[in-house]
Design a protein around this ligand. Structure first.
Ligand code: ADP
Ligand code: MG
Length: 447
């Protein structure tokens, strides 16, 4: 293949993948040769090669074929000398980049401890965050916060950052999402600034990485994360991590990283309960009242919302915003009736009923067994335990009676169901794995 043809394929790929993907992933490729249907490219790192192969491989082959090239496979070879390495004299520029980099992701000024409402479901996480924010000697490292969407993980992390910056302005506090960490890592690789990258991350006093579940499966980013992590822990620097699930539950995360993440303090933000939701609504309503001084809100509306909108606080806030904007627009009081009209979609979504069938499906997926084996007659423990978990969840999450549940489990007797439910109730307090499974499944079913 001539460079000319490859140039035209590149143009086509730019159009197909967009400028952003193109400059991140395709530009670093250097075409080497084409023999026996295999097109070989030089890449700066294995990571880029793997990523391109997984995400853009088909498209590259497609466009090569379209331009008359007989290619059915791509091969990527790491070849560091493939591109011009910048001369040392160009180095000073790196300094300014590095200074910019330290800024991290912007912090939301509203996410402080003052605006965080504490209730039973989040009191442990809050207490741990407070402790870390005091900036004393590092007692638990890392602090690992986990919980479902919209339960306040990011809010708590920002609150820690605000507090630390206020108490000790000299501390270098870096907050960023796992995706940003990944992006910087890849950019550093591409621009050959790995030394700067390493230095930057190893020079922080407090590192916060939000939503680390997103680095699962990204091998070389994980590797770098692990090294950064160890270097900081060894240097007695505080690390705070968040994820949507417990370290052990993050798929495609290396075992050594999992165990590293577990060796500090792992705290769970539980789904909100009625009291917490009401507390949050009450604390926010003053703010909205000041934004919309003309709007009145009737008694009972906040209680109604706290009952009817499920766990996600972001949805709860969105509901308030909409109510105030709408009431102000139509010049009416926020009554129960107006609330029902204005939020019918949100209320319906939260009203969703979970069925026994959905529970069976989710549970069998979770334990990796066939649905037919869960419902069928086999009594081996591999099937019996998941079956009991599903029975327990069906009893908890639906309004079905024990005989009704029994019927849906292959016509089992209601005493069998009752036995299963009791067994899981027992195990739940004895076996933390079962407790975690139940929590995870319940969350997944409530979504
Ligand atoms: P997560 O990162 O867990 O998905 P966020 O921290 O982004 O959730 O929270 C979602 C929204 O809900 C934010 O606006 C946040 O301020 C608010 N929020 C969550 N929990 C609380 C709480 N306990 N008190 C006050 N606001 C909260
Ligand atoms: Mg978040």
């Amino acid at each position: 293949m001539t460079n000319d043809v490859w140039g035209r394929v590149l143009d086509a790929l730019r159009g197909a993948l967009g400028a952003h993907n193109f400059s991140n992933w395709i530009e670093p490729l250097e075409f080497s040769q084409l023999t026996g249907g295999v097109a070989t490219f030089h890449v700066p790192t294995n990571f880029i090669g793997n990523y391109v192969s997984q995400n853009f491989g088909d498209q590259i082959i497609y466009h090569l074929n379209k331009h008359g090239q007989d290619v059915d496979r791509l091969k990527f070879m790491v070849h560091t000398a493939a591109r011009q390495v910048p001369q040392p004299t160009l180095r000073p520029a790196a300094k300014t980049t590095q200074a910019d980099d330290v800024a991290g992701a912007p912090l939301d000024a509203r996410f402080t401890f003052d605006t965080f409402v504490v209730g039973k479901p989040n009191e442990l996480a809050h207490a741990a965050a407070r402790r870390v924010a005091e900036g004393g000697p590092v007692t638990f490292n890392p602090l690992f916060l986990y919980g479902g969407v919209g339960l306040g993980k990011t809010h708590l992390m920002h609150a820690i950052a605000h507090e630390l910056k206020q108490r000790s302005p000299e501390l270098n506090v870096l907050y960023l999402s796992a995706e940003q960490f990944m992006y910087r890592f890849i950019t550093a690789l591409r621009e050959r600034k790995m030394m700067d990258f390493k230095q930057l991350f190893r020079s922080v006093d407090v590192l916060m990485v939000d939503d680390v579940q997103f680095i699962s499966g990204k091998d070389s980013t994980q590797e770098e994360f692990f090294h950064t992590f160890n270097a900081l822990v060894d240097g007695q620097k505080q690390i705070i991590i968040s994820a949507d699930r417990a370290p052990g539950e993050i798929k495609d995360l290396e075992e050594r990283i999992k165990s590293r993440l577990q060796c500090g303090l792992v705290v769970d933000l539980h789904p909100t309960d009625y009291e917490l939701r009401l507390g949050i609504l009450q604390s926010k309503v003053d703010f909205y009242a000041s934004q919309y001084p003309d709007v009145q809100i009737a008694n009972g509306v906040l209680e109604f919302l706290a009952h009817r909108i499920s766990t996600n606080v972001r949805v709860l806030e969105g509901a308030l915003t909409r109510l105030f904007a709408f009431a102000s627009l139509v010049g009416r009081e926020i009554s129960l009736e107006l609330t029902q009209d204005c939020l019918s979609d949100v209320l319906k979504a939260s009203d969703r009923k979970v069925t026994v069938e959905e529970i069976q499906r989710k549970v069998s997926e979770h334990y990796n067994i066939r649905l037919s084996d869960m419902i069928g007659p086999k009594r081996v423990r591999n099937y019996a335990r998941p079956r009991q978990v599903a029975m327990y969840l069906a009893k908890q999450m639906t309004k079905r009676s024990l005989p009704e549940i029994g019927r849906r489990f292959g016509g089992r007797d209601h005493t069998t169901v009752m036995h299963g439910v009791r067994r899981i109730e027992e195990l739940r307090t004895l076996d933390s794995q079962i407790a975690d499974d139940l929590e995870l499944l319940r969350r997944a079913l409530e979504e």
